[in-house]
Write a protein that binds this ligand. Structure first.
Ligand code: ZN
Length: 490
């Protein structure tokens, strides 16, 4: 009896709530759903915008164009209405030329020159790593290392802000999914990068860009973003955020689509954590990509995604299996020295215990170091991975077997061939002694997980080595521009 009464009570309550909602709608209390669309550039002149340097921007053919003189534009509204945008969907069509560097600011101050809010980078030119933050980066906060838009073609830039969540899209391909933490710690130079409300700005650092069709759809101020799933603990994400702000290229250069990992998994983790990701097919005899046609096919399937495309060269036969032009389409090439023949001529993959037969560990080490030197001197690669891996049967003697002399030989070979060294999150190698020797010789570093499952971009060991070996942002490798790759110049 009691129970029935309780249920009836609930039904009455639901009806009452429904009625209130209907009244609110009928009486125009619909602020919860208020959206307006605004055109920020009228196509004829710069009314509504304040110019910092009048020599920078000019309007021609319904387009704002920038000269080679750096300058900024701030949107203040046509009727001096002090526009304040909080939640919105911003979009513009943009075209760059070779070397153009520009940015779009949002939540910016109406007082030109006053730093506030975020910047979205515009830079499509592959400029030899001089400025690695490419189009679609949330500048200094979430850096994108590869542009999906080319110079000299119109592309669409979209910026969505909902509550604490910022999304950036280039040609409808999402590059950033950043949720500003409730407790925000910023490096001093980015102290003003935070969400509030404000206007839009266009900054050109010179060398012409063109912008047209600038629109913003304002969304209700009270809008809250749907919460994003966190991949890391708050502390770990904060560590990654700080490294990004300090200018470290926090990149996982060694990710495989293995163990059910799909492209969307990699993209999502890359956008959310800020650890820029990659995908590498295994290429060589007995591996999924074993012909040049398959190498081309893989490239064509994934070339338009904002992650690096890497070629993991396998075995020692890869050098003659694939064509130079096809290899050079990939952002970089890496290999290891885990496949070679023992002194009797038996081919070994030293991560497979059943293929390894070690009677004399010292002799095995000699053969291994000779093999590594041979690979580094003769194979046209960017990064050497799984660097000091030892088969299970002798892995326990790592410190004794990797003598200073053997380390020096490998480090010298890396240095003389200008090949970067992977710090492996999966195998936790090389040890800090090896990394310090390599740093002293000017060898560059990369991070890699070499995942067999969903556990990629988990760089705990690598991040620990930054502190332990005092690695600086300049100690890290960045992919070479087309035309400068080892396969093209060596
Ligand atoms: Zn691998």
């Amino acid at each position: 009896m009691k129970k029935i009464r309780f249920n009836q009570c609930k039904i009455h309550l639901k009806a009452a709530i429904g009625l209130i909602a209907i009244i609110a709608m009928l009486t125009g209390c619909n602020y919860l759903n208020k959206e307006t669309e605004k055109v920020l550039f009228n196509g004829n002149d710069l009314s509504g915008w304040v110019e910092i340097n009048p020599a920078t921007f000019f309007v021609e053919q319904s387009t704002i164009n920038a000269t080679e003189i750096p300058g900024s534009l701030y949107y203040i509204g046509e009727d001096e209405d002090d526009p304040k945008f909080k939640n919105f969907e911003f979009s513009a069509e943009i075209k760059t030329t070779n070397g153009s560097v520009a940015s779009v600011g949002f939540h910016t101050s109406n007082t030109p020159g006053e730093e506030k809010g975020y910047l979205v980078q515009i830079l499509n030119t592959d400029n030899h790593g001089l400025n690695f933050r490419k189009t679609g980066s949330l500048l200094g906060i979430r850096d994108v290392y590869k542009s999906v838009a080319p110079d000299n073609e119109w592309f669409t830039l979209k910026i969505d802000v909902e509550g604490k969540r910022i999304k950036v899209f280039v040609n409808d391909i999402q590059t950033v999914d950043y949720t500003e933490p409730d407790e925000l710690f910023r490096e001093a130079q980015y102290a003003d990068r935070k969400l509030s409300s404000g206007t839009f700005a266009i900054h050109s650092l010179g060398s012409g860009i063109s912008i047209k069709n600038i629109r913003v759809k304002t969304l209700p101020d009270k809008l809250e973003a749907e919460p994003a799933t966190d991949y890391f603990t708050k502390e770990k994400q904060q560590m990654v955020n700080t490294l990004i702000e300090k200018g470290y290229p926090v990149i996982d250069y060694h990710i495989h689509m293995k163990g059910g990992v799909m492209l969307e998994d990699i993209l999502d983790k890359s956008r959310r954590t800020g650890i820029f990701c990659s995908v590498a097919p295994n290429c060589g005899v007995g591996f999924p990509v074993d012909t040049n046609e398959k190498l081309e096919n893989f490239y064509n399937e994934y070339k338009d995604v904002p992650i690096f495309l890497a070629m993991q060269a396998e075995g020692r036969e890869w050098v003659t299996t694939f064509e130079k032009e096809s290899i050079a389409k990939y952002d970089y090439v890496f290999t290891d020295a885990m496949t070679f023949s023992d002194r009797q001529g038996n081919r070994m993959q030293i991560w497979k215990d059943e293929q390894v037969n070690i009677t004399d560990p010292q002799d095995f080490m000699e053969l291994l170091v000779e093999t590594i030197e041979d690979v580094l001197d003769n194979e046209k690669i960017d990064i050497y991975v799984n660097a000091t891996f030892l088969p299970t049967v002798i892995a326990g003697e790592y410190n004794e077997l990797w003598t200073p002399e053997r380390m020096d030989r490998v480090v010298d070979a890396l240095a003389r061939n200008d090949i970067a060294l992977e710090i492996s999150a999966r195998y936790k190698i090389p040890g800090s002694a090896f990394i310090k020797k390599a740093k002293d010789q000017g060898v560059k570093f990369t991070f890699g997980t070499n995942n067999g499952d969903q556990d990629f971009a988990n760089l705990d060991y690598c991040l620990a080595m930054i502190d332990e070996c005092n690695l600086q942002p300049s100690d890290f490798f960045l992919p070479r521009a087309h035309g400068q790759k080892p396969v093209q110049v060596k």
